[in-house]
Design a protein around this ligand. Structure first.
Ligand code: OAD
Length: 252
């Protein structure tokens, strides 16, 4: 409780807030994380065969089918109290930037319209040839992480459509990275929620904020490498912790 009060005070006093989220914030909605033991996607699936440009080149149907399965999963769940609390922070502290590594749309559906997607989105496919954005096909059939599906063709040039996510070995979208760096450098408080802090360059964002003088508040049930830079560590799940943090920071 003492840590929660301390974090609430920091948040309420901040002029500029950056919220940095990872897969853990969507876990309580039913979207699997990547590295949690037993349930993490990278515990069950091979990242090299699914999340690299080479994997798509070698087996586009396997890769497209896997991302369509993930889109199906995300489409069938709802934002949780953690996403709602982030939207409430934006409402109370107008200079708030939401930076996410997640490729789901749960921040948007909770009301965070301006979130910066560092790792792209399941909902923004594009052509591999001309880079035109593509319309996603209707989801059909039983979802299954191993089901092969042929990627659609580009309406403009006929090229193969690829998922709009960032794969291992690819650069982050420039505008998103720039916005995230600016928000982290300017923030008085950076709230890092549900990320292992292991994947760079995204993991540099909370570290940059700390170096630039922000107080880092971490919400995560497990220890992470970000414990060391956090001014306050709130050890708990996002949906259970963030609503209390918001009510303490801005009591009605
Ligand atoms: P990880 O799976 O690496 O980490 C998820 C974190 O969420 C862990 O630290 C968990 O302890 C924590 N967690 C689990 N349940 C939680 C809950 N209910 N509330 C709060 N925290 C919880 O996921 P990310 O850090 O997002 O990249 O992974 C970073 C990147 O690695 C992803 O964006 C993805 C992946 O490979 C790409 O696809 C490019």
């Amino acid at each position: 409780m003492e840590h929660l009060r301390e974090a609430a005070k920091l948040l309420a006093q901040a002029q500029r807030v950056a919220v940095f989220t990872g897969a853990g914030i969507s876990a309580e909605s039913g979207v699997p994380t990547f590295r949690d033991a037993l349930t993490g996607l990278w515990e069950r699936f091979d990242a090299q065969s699914l999340a690299t440009p080479q994997a798509f080149q070698e087996d586009p149907e396997l890769v497209w089918g896997w991302y369509e399965w993930r889109r199906h999963r995300v489409t069938s769940v709802r934002p949780n109290a953690g996403h709602d609390a982030v939207a409430a922070i934006e409402a109370h502290a107008p200079h708030t930037a939401v930076i996410t590594q997640n490729v789901d749309d749960l921040h948007e559906r909770a009301g965070s319209a301006q979130s910066v997607h560092l790792h792209g989105s399941l909902f923004a496919p594009r052509c591999t040839i001309c880079a035109e954005p593509a319309v996603l096909p209707a989801l059909t059939g039983e979802p299954d992480g191993g089901r092969r599906l042929a990627p659609p063709s580009c309406a403009s040039c006929g090229g193969m459509i690829r998922p709009g996510v960032v794969w291992f070995g690819e650069s982050l979208p420039e505008a998103a990275l720039e916005a995230a760096v600016r928000a982290a450098a300017d923030a008085d408080v950076l709230l890092t929620i549900g990320t292992s802090g292991l994947v760079y360059p995204a993991a540099e964002i909370p570290r940059l904020a700390a170096r630039s003088g922000a107080a880092v508040i971490q919400v995560n049930p497990q220890p992470t490498p970000l414990d060391r830079i956090a001014a306050v560590n709130l050890h708990g799940p996002a949906a259970g912790t963030l609503p209390d943090l918001v009510s303490l920071a801005w009591p009605d």
